[in-house]
Design a protein around this ligand. Structure first.
Ligand code: ATP
Ligand code: MEV
Ligand code: MG
Length: 387
């Protein structure tokens, strides 16, 4: 039987990078998903132990590891029902060796981090038994919208469901997306975090948490607060199409922080204040204590301040600056989202802004070779379907 799980990408409204260093950040799920499916296969009758296959549909690439090869490299891992054990350096080294068997095209070498996270999650949860995973995604990969987290959350959700560790009903025979209970979501989130560690190095956990639980959240030092938002914010997203890598950008900010500890501590402190203020504005607006236009003016100013501090951290990019300058011509405020260094930029769309302005700004941005799209913010997290 096939199990499918889908997990959303995210935007970070304020607080990226500083959140890795203990500041608060605010993030929200978006309506673009990564879907992972798992089908368990039977071992062959002629002593053939079968294989673990990963089909990355969007990249048109299929990877396969014979189970006998996995057992030789990783030992007799039997799969684990409970909380995850972090991937040890020895296990990581064995997984890196298994990557060498695969022919990853040079232009897609960045996929190896995702493949390593997959092998860790698959073998840790299901052991070295044969099976087939298929992944598709609406998200641009490596562009700041949490593609790595959506990959790890959807894969962990599908694997744990296939293992029978987390549960949804037997299914009504009609294909429909179902939600997990809170304890099951917590478990999926813990596994996804371990996968994110393989891809990001030192993740804060904000991306996998918002992808798992959905909605809009404040996140600080592993603690998550749900932010009720009655009038969801509207955002235009511009993908600069400049490739970047979250692991390298996070490491770069940490290096800057060790070169200038006092100055960077002040930057992180300022970001924390911005995130705290933004989350209380979102909550006040939900209770009708503040008018929508006043809320949007404040959000815009806080996002602008956060962008300045992200420049201080060294994670802006000339393509991001081009988006900022272009949207400012139309009195719209923007900031990078996710790890920066290229990738995606958010532009706050005020409720009263005219469609014609949006069309003009999007046309001008696209004339620079960027790609613009609108997203719904604050929707559902992980969902599962037994096909
Ligand atoms: N659908 C997918 N299939 C395979 N690998 C994926 C997929 N989505 C993400 N990945 C892995 O995650 C990596 C991108 O993660 P990275 O953290 O750098 O960017 P992001 O998650 O899109 O942005 P951010 O972390 O800033 O939100 C890819 O290089 C790949 O290894
Ligand atoms: C840059 C970062 O803050 C967000 C990436 O979406 C990294 C993290 O928190 O893990
Ligand atoms: Mg990521």
């Amino acid at each position: 039987m096939e199990v499918r799980a889908r997990a959303p990408g995210k935007i970070i409204l304020v607080g990226e990078h500083a959140v890795v260093h203990g500041s608060a950040a605010v993030a929200a799920a978006i309506d673009l998903y990564t879907t992972s499916s798992i089908s368990l296969l039977h071992e062959g009758e002629d002593g053939d132990a079968g294989a673990v296959e990963l089909d990355l549909r969007d990249s048109d690439l299929v990877f396969s590891w014979p189970c006998s090869r996995l057992r030789r490299a990783l030992g007799e891992v039997s799969g684990k029902a409970g909380a995850p054990t972090p991937c040890s350096p020895d296990e990581l080294a064995a997984i890196a060796k298994l990557m060498e068997d695969q022919e990853i095209p040079e232009a897609k070498i960045w996929l190896s981090a995702g493949l390593s996270a997959f092998l860790y999650l698959y073998t840790s949860i299901l052991g070295c038994r044969p099976g087939k995973a298929v992944v598709t995604s609406d998200l641009p990969i490596g562009a700041g919208l949490g593609s790595s987290a959506a990959f790890c959350v959807s894969m962990s959700g599908a694997l744990l469901t296939a293992a029978g560790t987390v549960g949804i009903g037997g299914g009504s025979g009609v294909e429909e997306w179902e939600l997990f209970g809170k304890d099951d979501l917590e478990l999926v989130n813990q596994w996804a975090f371990q996968g994110e560690k393989i891809i990001h190095g030192k993740p804060s956990g904000i991306d996998n948490s918002v992808s798992t639980f959905g909605s809009m959240i404040k996140f600080k030092k592993g603690e998550l607060t749900n932010l009720k938002s009655r009038n969801p914010v509207k955002m235009l997203i511009t993908d600069t199409r400049v490739g970047r890598n979250t692991k390298a950008l996070v490491a770069g900010v940490s290096e800057r922080a060790s070169r200038h500890p006092d100055a960077m501590a002040s930057v992180f402190h300022a970001v924390n204040s911005i995130s705290e203020e933004l989350s209380s504005i979102v909550e006040l607006a939900a209770e009708d204590e503040i008018a929508i236009t006043s809320k949007e003016d404040k959000l815009a100013e806080l996002m602008e301040m956060n962008q300045g501090l992200l420049q201080c951290m060294g994670v802006s990019h000339s393509s991001i600056e081009t988006v900022l300058r272009t949207t400012l011509k139309y009195s719209l405020v923007s900031k990078l989202t996710g790890a920066g260094g290229g990738g995606c930029v958010l532009t706050l769309i005020p409720t009263l802004s005219a469609n014609i302005v949006l069309e003009k700004v999007a046309t001008e941005l696209e004339s620079h070779g960027f790609r613009c799209f609108k997203v719904e913010v604050g929707g559902r997290g992980l969902q599962v379907c037994r096909g």
